[in-house]
Each structure stands twice: as structure tokens, then as C-alpha cells.
Design a binder for this molecule. Sequence first.
Ligand code: AMP
Length: 355
Amino acid sequence: MLAAGSTIGILGGGQLGRMMAVAALQLGYRVVGYAPEGDNVAADACSDFITAAWDDAEALARLAQGCDVVTWEFENVPVSTVQSLPAALLACPVKALEIAQDRLREKHFVAALGGTPAPYAEVASAEGIAAALARIGTPGILKTARDGYDGKGQWRARTALEAGGLAFPGVPCVYEGFVTYETEFSVILVRGRDGDVRFWDSTANLHEGGMLARSILPAGALVEAQVPQARELAAKVAAELGYVGVLTLEFFATKHGPVFNEMAPRVHNSGHWTIEGAATSQFENHVRAICGLPLGGTKTRFASIEMRNIVGGDALKAHAILAEPGEPHLHLYGKAEAREGRKMGHVTRVGHALK
Ligand code: AMP
């Protein structure tokens, strides 16, 4: 158990790190953030923040020296960065990052544990696109195997004609058949150092332009019916990885059961509602898990919950939300530039309290 006053290192400087740092401070820990130059909004909530490249050996040594445990808030932290840190500092297994950074590995891994991904084919060259189309057909999505997020690095083809326009982007890709689904949902779990696993309720996740827009509870009958199977898979993934902390798996709820989309070895946007809506938030339980503290309850506290992302220029008007009825809970991330499509904050609205 990490004593109060100990220091947590967080790799990555975004809003997830910022909310994680707030939870860590509340539990009496110090936080040192680490990320390359950028709009590192986590720094506002950190006792110290190291701005350095992912391969800066001197800066990484400084981080290691100053921390008692290290975690990440961003799944594209280079594996070599994490591996250069003393293994004893790492709460979460680096294998989780290795797998989640590569869509192909991720699908193989989950399929081997009994999960069902969308039909997919590896695309390693321009010729590979035609072969993948012959096997999977349209509609489908070409995705870069690495470095994609929030719908970036993805090209959709609804028809054979559109598929003719798909160009090989010069990096390894995967072509996926388009899944017909009713709702998207995620399973978010926390696993303690002792293997204790707890799940939050699964929200229905509504996307706009490939990016999460809203998460809603109750999630509806179809999601609720598919959650047990999805949880079973998520628990297997966590156990197989020897995972410690918060882990997220995203699914499509289809007529034929849950289809695995992707996993994130970290706290997740679709779990932001847990700050006000659950007995313990995903951020606090992640900190508890990596520090070896007892995990908190994950029960939902309200009959209905809606988390909505505030994207782009909307953030400038966001304080007006506080005047709206229903006690909205506003979180702004302190980002300097409200670029279009950028997550600037979120607002959570809750219904009546559950006994
Ligand atoms: P991803 O980055 O892979 O999670 O994709 C972003 C979003 O695009 C997903 O949350 C879905 O809304 C949509 N999407 C991605 N892949 C598929 C698929 N194979 N079938 C249907 N929708 C998809």
C-alpha cells in the first residue's frame, strides 16, 4: 500500500491525466506528470510536470527518481518509454499498451479469449486493399493499425464504388466490415493488485463523426442483456494481462450479441459520469488500484445519467450551462485552443437519487 505523501507519475498530459491527478491529490498523493511539449492540461493539477520527449533518457530518469509508482493516461505512450523505467515502478503491465496500440494484435488477442471482433483483414499494401475487399466486402472501414483515435486515421467505404477510392495510406492497416448495431457500449472495470475486479454500469455511447458525444444510463434492454457476456470477456482480458487499474473495452450491441470494437488500457471518456454518478469514480479507483488501496464501490447512484462532451468552440459558452435546471455538473479541461472537434470539457446531468 502506497503511503500518503508518496508520488504518482502519470505519462501523458491530457484531460484524463488532469482528472486522475485531482483524484490522486484528494487521496493525499503527490503527482508528477510527464509529456512532450503541447497543451498539457494535466499540468495544472500536478505537483510537478516534466515537459520532455518520450525518448529523453535524462528526463525519464528524473521521473523515475521522483516517483513511487508510474501509470499512464494515454495509450499511445511509446512502449520503449515505459520499458525504460524501472519495472518496480510500473503498476500496469506494459503488455496492455503493446496490444492496445495495434488494432490487429488487439483483435487477435481478444478473439483468442473468445471475443467476437468485426470481420477484419490485415492490409499491408495497396494490393492488400483489393484482397481485403474481396474477403470482407462493403460497407467497411479502413483503419490505420496504429495511432488512430476519435475516428482519426479511418476511411469509410459504403459501396463498391466508394471502396474503389480507398487509398493505401502507407502504413499497416486493418479493413473492417461495418457492423450493424443498435447501440455502442463500453465495459469499464477496475482490477486491484490482489485480482479483485469491479465493474461500473455500462452506458449507451452515442458517437458523432467517430467521436464519443454522449454516454447514457440506463443503456436500454439490448445493452443490459449483453453486458454479462461483455464483462466476462473484459475480465478475461484483465486477468490474462495481469492488469492493475482501470481497463475499458468498447462493444457494438448487435442482434447477434456483443461485437468487440477496441480496448483502452486506461480510464475512458465513457466513464466520466462516474465522478458524480457512481459510488467511486473511475479516476479514484484507478489511483486506489495502482497504489494498492482497497477499491471503492462502483454502484450507480442515480436513476438516470447523461454525460455530454463539450467539443470545439462550445467551451466558450460552457459556463452558461450552470444556469440550466437540473444541477448540471460542468468539467472544463482548461485547454487553450478550442479547435474544431477537440474535447474541451464535459457536462454530467443526473436524475433522482437511487436508495
Ligand atoms: P474506433 O476508433 O475504432 O473506436 O472507431 C470510432 C467509431 O467509429 C466507433 O465508436 C463507431 O462509432 C465507428 N466504427 C468504427 N468501426 C466500426 C465498424 N466496424 N462498424 C461500425 N461502426 C464502426
